[in-house]
Structures are given as C-alpha cells and as structure tokens.
Design a protein around this ligand. Structure first.
Ligand SMILES: Nc1ncnc2c1ncn2[C@@H]1O[C@H](COP(=O)(O)OP(=O)(O)OP(=O)(O)O)[C@@H](O)[C@H]1O
Length: 569
C-alpha cells in the first residue's frame, strides 16, 4: 500500500484538486442540515416566508455547488486512478521482462496476467473511491458529530455512543473482507490457468478424448471461485442491512428523546430535525463504508499481489547495462562451469573450447542438461561457478544487451507472433531490410515455401491467419535468428521436424554465415558433419570429438549410433 502512495505522487495535483473539491462537498453536506433547521425554526414556525425563500435559495445554491464540485472531483479522481493504473501496468510488465526462469517459478503465467489486468483495475477502483468518497466519509462523521454537539449535547451523545459500535462492526467486516477477497483473486488465477491450458492444449484434449475431464477441471475451479465470491459478497450484503437496522434504531431513540425534550420546550423542532438529519447522514455514510470496505478489501489484496511482482528480486545484471560492447568473433570457452536450477546440480564442471565459426553438435539423453548448458551463454540462466568466455571476455564483463544481440537462440518450443511472415522474421532485427529478410529466409530453407503462399511475405500468421506446420515454424524461427547475423547461433533441437535433405541444405547454408553454431539434435545423422560433437550424460560432458573419434573412443556414443542405425533399417 505504501507503494501506491509513491505511484500517486506524479498525479499529486489531480489528487490535491480532487481532495479540495471533496472538501467543498463536505462543507455543503455539513451546512445543509443547519439551513434546514433555520428554515423550520426561523421561517416556517415564525411564518416568515421571505426567510424561507432566502434560506431555500441558499440551500439550492449550495446543492448546485456540491453538484459541480462532485462532477469535477470525479474527473480528477479518474485522472489520478487511470494514471496510476497505467504506470502500474507498465512497471509490472517491464518487471516481468526482467524475470529469469527462477523468478518465473514463483508466479504462474495466468497469475501474472491477472495481476497486470484485473488486479490493476481493483487498485484503480480503490484510488478512485479514495479521493471520491473514502476520505470524505470519516471526515464527515467527525464534523457531523461536532455540529450535532453544537446543536444539542444530549441528543448528540446518542450518536457518540453509536458511532464506535458501528466502527468496531465495520472493522470486523474489513479484516474478514481482505482475507476473502485475497482468496477470490487467487481463485481467478486458477480459472485463468485452466482456461489457458485448455485453449493451448485443445487439440491434445480432443485427441485424447479428455474433454469431459477438462470440463470437470474447469467446473471445479469455477465452482470454487463462485463459492469464495459468494462468501465475500454475502459478508458485504449482510453488513449493509445490519447497518441500516442500526440507523433506524438510532433515529427512533433520537425521535423518542427529542419528543420529550420538545414537550419540555428545551429544544426547537428544527434542531431535532437537524440532529436526525446528521444522524441519518452519518449512518448513511456507514452504509457507504460497507461498499468502500469491499473496494478497499479487493484493492488491498490486489495491491499486495502487484507488490509481490514489483518486489521480486531479479539479478542486477539484467537491470544495469554498463559492460563492454565489443564486436565478437564467436570463440566460446567453458571452464569448470557448474549450474543448478534448484538444489539438485544440473551441470557439473563443464569445460570446453570452441573456435569461432565451428559447428558443435550436442547429444545427450533427455534431461542431461543440454538446454541448461546452452542457456548459460546468453545468460538466460546464471552459472553457479566456473567461467564462461566469449572471445577473451568473461560473459559478466559484457553488456548483457550487447551480448544477447550477438547470440541467436532458436528454442525447443517455437513461438511465432501474430502478424505477417515478414514481421516474424524481422522480429529478430528491427531495422532489417527486405534483402536481409529474404537472405535469412533462403538460408533457413523457407524462402521457396513463403513465395508459394498467395500473399508471400505479407501472409498473416496466428489468429485468423495461416497455420504453419512444425517444420515450417522451425525454419521460420531459424530465419528470425539468422537475420540478426549472430556470432553464436544456438539451435536447441530446432531442426527435429526437418527432413534429412532440408536439414543438410540448412547446415550447408550456415557454413557461409561465419558464426559458431551449437546444435542440439537427437539423431547422430544430423550431427555427423559437425566440427566437434559433445556428449552430455547426467549433467557431465563425458566425451568430445569428431564423429569418427567418438565412434572409436566412446562406447556410449557407439551404442547410440548403432541403435539409431537399427531403427533406420
Ligand atoms: N526451469 C527449470 N527449473 C527447474 N529445473 C529445470 C528447469 N529446466 C530444466 N530443469 C531440470 O534440469 C535438468 C536438465 O534439463 P535440460 O532441459 O537442460 O535437459 P535437456 O538435456 O535439454 O533435456 P531435453 O533433451 O529433454 O530437452 C532436468 O532434470 C530438468 O528437470
């Protein structure tokens, strides 16, 4: 919540204007019962109708003033809340961009989406209500009690006794409400998770006939969300009638005591009306409080969830960029590099040296650490110990943005963006010329296919667009990587869907690129031509050499090779 104050500072003038206008509304609200009392006591009871019209005109003027102040207050309250909402969305989004895979383990993707969208809206509502009515409500109660005292101490005492009781009740509702609305937001996360998994895996679900199972999963989380929402709203809905019942009892007590005081002629009828007016308004303010509590509970829960993202610790190297920015040749050296994702070590003392322009094949069973090892080079993961050099620079000495600019990674899971084919390739290099895009597509062996499409490079992908096959997607993302003319290219099992002939032509084209290539593949036939092949086993580099060397020197490699030959035969 303290952060919210910091975020409001740039909009302090909107807040100040809104709060000043709220002050006008407050004063009008406090003066109105007094004027009414005067209309009754000095005007109606004395049959002085000129005075009635004077006070009446005053009352009307004040009401119009309050109306104008209210409308303008809403305008500035909206400026404040929308401005803070915009900044929060931007900062949470930017923060998520700096997340490493370790950070992502703390948050689910749908949870992050809920935080950037729904939670920010709840915080906006909270801020809007805060400068619109939330601050006015307690101020009104305090000043209305003072005004009531100036009119009649005895009747005002009833109010003074009633107010703390109401406050205690509302405090109880507030504490329960914050907890319940926190649970509601978590349930929204779960609904989003199930919907997202369902939509992304829809073909799998249909293929496995798991539609009914998925529906049950959705009903479960949906029921749970409804249950929590019902409990939270029930709490708020009970609070309102309880407050209203209390209001009516207080008014009856004031009327009863006021009537006997009127008989004793120790109070004027207009004064009783004014006190009842203050009582009604105070109690009405309490009923607004129950609504405000809902907004506050939700806003507080959401602000905490947003704070969790903003406070998440990210490595400083991703935020600071003051390292060296040389143009690299592409030599890659690992010296005793170890790495663990969590507590279990993933890579143990990996050492190797690769000269610029070489092609390195990487082979190893699933989970042996191939992806982890390659992600250390562009610092997508941070090694625990050892040193990694690019040319003669330790990777920590290089500006991380510059480092990544010179390394292209084609990950295992291909991701294309909605937009045209051309935009998808140019995504790798913002200022890429048409010629560069076509050259990259040719090298990635996808140019001929693209030109066979009716709209060629202008073909739309994604929603309502063309859907590419697995191999076409892989080649498109390789083109995206090549357009940057990287010094180091990492192909993480990204040629698995290519036929042998296309894969061969791709590797031939890469030779002209003069970049170091790390290529993970499951088939030895894909790696045979590499300058060197590294064999990973349970996080250790157990052998390294050319295909022929490994056939001679590594029993493990020979076994894998023979089993793959048998599969082909
Ligand atoms: N983000 C992560 N968080 C925690 N553990 C991870 C993460 N990514 C991988 N691991 C673990 O690290 C080990 C090595 O995984 P890695 O993905 O590097 O292997 P791989 O050889 O590339 O596997 P595959 O061939 O199946 O892609 C595995 O045991 C895996 O469970």
């Amino acid at each position: 919540m303290r952060k919210l104050f910091t975020y409001s500072l740039p909009y302090k003038w909107s807040a100040i204007v809104a709060l000043s206008l709220m002050g006008i509304e407050l004063v009008v609200e406090l003066v109105q019962p007094l004027l009414m009392a005067k209309i009754i006591d000095e005007g109606i009871l004395n049959e002085d109708y000129r005075l009635v019209s004077v006070y009446g005109a005053g009352l009307l003027g004040l009401s119009l003033l309050a109306f104008a102040a209210g409308v303008t207050n809403s305008f500035f309250a909206a400026r404040l809340s929308q401005g803070v909402g915009y900044d929060l969305r931007k900062d949470v989004f930017e923060k998520v961009q700096s997340f490493t895979s370790k950070n992502f383990q703390s948050f689910s993707t749908p949870g992050l989406i809920t935080r950037i969208t729904n939670d920010v809206v709840q915080v906006q509502n909270l801020l809007f209500m805060l400068v619109r009515i939330a601050l006015r409500a307690p101020l009104f109660i305090i000043f209305a009690l003072i005004m009531a005292f100036t009119i009649d101490v005895q009747l005002a005492t009833i109010l003074v006794v009633a107010v703390p009781v109401f406050l205690l009740f509302l405090f109880f509702i507030l504490t329960k409400g914050v907890r319940l609305f926190n649970a509601v937001q978590t349930r929204i996360d779960r609904v989003n998770t199930v919907i997202r998994e369902n939509l992304t895996g829809i073909r799998l679900i249909k293929g496995f006939n798991r539609g009914a199972h998925e529906e049950r999963r959705f009903y479960d989380v949906n029921d749970s969300l409804m249950e929590k929402n019902k409990r939270a709203l029930w709490l708020m809905e009970v609070a309102m009638p309880v407050v209203m019942l209390g209001v009516n009892i207080i008014i009856l007590v004031i009327l009863w005591l006021g009537a006997s005081r009127l008989q004793e002629q120790s109070i004027q009828p207009g004064e009783v009306v004014a006190i009842i007016n203050y009582a009604t308004r105070i109690m009405f303010t309490f009923s607004i409080f129950t609504f405000l509590i809902m907004v506050f509970s939700r806003g507080h829960a959401s602000a905490t969830r947003i704070g969790e993202v903003l406070d998440e610790e990210t490595p400083t190297f991703l935020q600071v960029s003051d390292g060296k920015t040389p143009v690299l040749k592409g030599d890659v050296t690992f010296q005793d590099v170890s790495f663990s994702h969590e507590r279990e070590p993933t890579l143990h003392s990996i050492s190797f040296q690769v000269k610029a322009g070489q092609t390195v094949g990487i082979l190893g069973e699933t989970g042996s650490g191939k992806t982890s090892m390659l992600h250390l080079i562009p610092r997508l993961f941070e090694k625990d110990s050892g040193s990694i050099y690019l040319d003669d620079y330790k990777i920590e000495e290089l500006d991380v943005k510059e480092l990544r600019k010179q390394i292209s990674l084609v990950p295992q899971e291909i991701h294309l963006f909605s937009g045209t084919v051309k935009e998808n390739i140019a995504w790798g290099k913002e200022q890429a010329t048409d010629e560069e895009i076509i050259t990259a597509a040719k090298q990635a062996q996808i140019h001929a296919f693209i030109t066979s499409l009716p709209d060629g490079y202008a073909t739309q992908l994604g929603q309502k667009g063309v859907t590419f096959s697995g191999g076409q997607k892989q080649r498109l993302s390789i083109a995206r990587a090549l357009v940057r003319k990287p010094k180091v290219l990492i192909l993480d099992d990204s040629t698995s869907a290519l036929d042998a002939h296309t894969e061969y032509r791709l590797m031939e084209a890469l030779k002209d690129q003069s970049c170091t290539v790390f290529m993970v593949a499951q088939k030895i036939s894909s790696l045979k031509a590499s300058h060197t092949i590294m064999l990973l086993h349970k996080g250790e580099l157990i052998a390294e050499g050319t295909h022929e060397q490994l056939l001679r020197e590594s029993r493990y490699y020979l076994d894998v090779y023979q089993s793959q030959l048998e599969e082909v035969q």
